[in-house]
Design a protein around this ligand. Structure first.
Ligand SMILES: Nc1ncnc2c1ncn2[C@@H]1O[C@H](COP(=O)(O)OP(=O)(O)OP(=O)(O)O)[C@@H](O)[C@H]1O
Ligand SMILES: [Mg+2]
Length: 394
C-alpha cells in the first residue's frame, strides 16, 4: 500500500537513529500510523517486538530477538536466554546454572539481553505498543536504557490515551551518553487524506469529513466503499471503538453515548443532562473518556467524539430504548429552572456563531419552526431581547 506524507517525521526519525545510542518515543492515537512509519525506515536494521494485550512475560523482547541472527563468540551470559529463544538455542552458549535468588536470576537475564544486543549491533530494538507492556519488560526497559551500548538504539511506540508506562521518567533517568527524541504523530491533513484515498479508490469521495485524516479510518472506509457498501461504519473501526467503550467505566460510557446522540460538541452540563449522570460526577467521567481517546475536549471547552466514524459506531451500538431516552432528554428542560435544555444550549451556540434558523435546522436535522421556539426560549431564559445579543455569548 502506498505511503503518504510523513516526510518530516521520517527524516527526523532516520536522522536521530543515525546518532546512537538513542532512545526514541513515538506516540500517537490508535491507527495514526506509528507502525507504518517504522516500516518505512530504510537502511536501519530493526528488531521489532510487540507488546500484546495478554502481556506475555518478556513478550516484545522475545518477539524481537527471535528474528535475530546471532553471531558466534557470544558472551556466556547470553546462555540465560536459551529457554526464551528455543528457535536458536543451539547457537547460544550453554545455559548457566540456576541461581537461588530470583532477583539475581532476573539480573542475569537482563544482562543477557543487553549482551545479545551488543553482539547484534548496529541495531535498533523497537518495542511497539507500550500500552500493553508486561511486568517483566517494564522492569527491563529502564535497565536497558541506562546501559544502552554504543550503536544500539531503542524505539518505543505507544498510544498516549492508553499508556500506563512512565515514559517521562524513563527519559529523565537516561545517562548523559544516551540521546533521546520524541515524535508525536498527528492525523494526515486534508490533502494527504485525498492523496491516500486516490491510491485506494478509483473515484474517491472526500474522505476527510468522516475520517479527519486518521489513516486507519481512511484505509478501512476505502475498503468498505470498494466493496460497494456506502452506509455504516467500517467493521474493523467499529470493533475497535466498541472495545474501547467496553473498557470505560459506566458513567463515562453514558457520557460518550450522550455525545454521540448530540452529534455536535456539547458542554459538560448538557452532556451530563442527556446522559442522566449527576453533574458532580460528569467531570470525572468526561476526563476518563478524554483520557481513553473517545472524547476530545475542543479549545472552546466543549466535548465531542474525536472521530465522525467513531460517533456513528457508538450511535449505532445504543439500543433503541436507550437511544429514545437520550433523545428525549435532549429536549427536556434542565434543572434548575432558568437554565437551558441541552437542545436549547445547542441551538444557542449555533445562533451565537451567526447561523440563521434555517441553517441551524439543517445542521441539527430539526424543523425551522422548532429552532425558532428553541431560540425564543433561550432568549427568554437568558434575559435577552434579540438574537443579535446572542452573538459573542459563549
Ligand atoms: N502515512 C501513511 N500512508 C499510507 N497509509 C498509512 C499511513 N500511515 C498509516 N497507514 C495505514 O493505516 C493503517 C494504520 O496504521 P498503523 O497500523 O501504522 O497505525 P498505528 O498507529 O500503529 O496503530 P495502533 O496504535 O493500533 O498500533 C495501516 O493500514 C497503515 O498501512
Ligand atoms: Mg501499531
Amino acid at each position: 500500500m502506498p505511503f503518504v506524507g510523513r516526510e518530516r517525521e521520517l527524516r527526523l526519525l532516520a536522522g536521530t537513529l543515525n546518532q546512537p545510542p538513542v532512545v526514541v518515543l513515538v506516540e500517537g492515537e490508535a491507527g495514526v500510523g506509528k507502525t507504518r512509519l517504522l516500516h518505512e525506515l530504510i537502511g536501519h536494521p530493526l528488531l521489532i517486538g510487540n507488546c500484546h494485550p495478554m502481556r506475555f512475560p518478556y513478550g516484545p523482547i522475545v518477539e524481537a530477538l527471535r528474528d535475530a541472527n546471532p553471531p558466534g563468540g557470544l558472551n556466556p551470559v547470553t546462555g540465560a536466554l536459551r529457554p526464551l529463544l528455543p528457535e536458536y538455542a543451539h547457537l547460544l552458549p550453554p545455559a548457566p546454572d540456576p541461581l537461588q535468588d530470583p532477583l539475581a536470576e532476573r539480573h542475569r537475564l537482563f544482562r543477557a539481553v543487553l549482551s545479545l544486543l551488543e553482539a547484534l549491533r548496529p541495531v535498533t530494538l523497537v518495542v511497539e505498543d507500550l500500552h500493553w507492556i508486561d511486568a517483566d519488560t517494564r522492569l527491563l526497559l529502564p535497565f536497558l536504557t541506562r546501559c544502552l551500548p554504543e550503536a544500539v538504539n531503542l524505539v518505543l511506540t505507544y498510544r498516549p490515551e492508553d499508556v500506563c508506562f512512565p515514559v517521562a521518567a524513563l527519559l529523565a533517568q537516561l545517562p548523559p551518553h544516551v540521546n533521546h527524541a520524541e515524535l508525536a504523530l498527528a492525523p494526515l491533513d486534508a490533502e494527504e487524506t485525498a492523496l491516500l484515498a486516490k491510491h485506494l479508490l478509483r473515484d474517491p469521495p472526500d474522505l476527510w469529513p468522516m475520517t479527519r485524516g486518521l489513516p486507519f479510518a481512511i484505509v478501512e472506509l476505502a475498503r468498505m466503499l470498494a466493496e460497494g457498501r456506502t452506509a455504516g461504519t467500517p467493521p474493523a473501526l467499529r470493533d475497535a471503538v466498541l472495545l474501547r467503550m467496553d473498557e470505560l467505566p459506566v458513567l463515562a460510557r453514558r457520557l460518550v453515548q450522550a455525545a454521540a446522540v448530540l452529534e455536535e460538541p456539547a458542554c459538560e452540563r448538557s452532556l451530563a443532562a442527556v446522559a442522566g449522570v449527576p453533574a458532580e460526577q460528569a467531570e470525572r467521567g468526561l476526563a476518563e473518556a478524554v483520557r481513553r481517546g473517545l472524547l476530545t475536549r475542543c479549545p472552546d471547552g466543549l466535548y465531542g467524539l474525536r472521530q465522525p466514524l467513531a460517533r456513528q459506531a457508538v450511535y449505532d451500538s445504543i439500543t433503541p430504548t436507550v437511544r429514545r431516552r437520550l433523545h428525549r432528554r435532549i429536549d427536556t428542560p434542565a434543572q434548575p429552572q432558568g437554565t437551558l435544555s441541552p437542545r436549547e444550549e445547542q441551538v444557542r451556540r449555533l445562533a451565537a456563531t451567526g447561523l440563521t434558523n434555517r441553517e441551524i435546522a439543517e445542521s441539527l436535522f430539526l424543523s425551522p419552526r422548532t429552532v425558532e421556539v428553541h431560540v425564543a426560549n433561550a432568549l427568554r431564559k437568558l434575559g435577552l431581547t434579540s438574537r443579535r445579543q446572542l452573538r459573542g455569548t459563549t
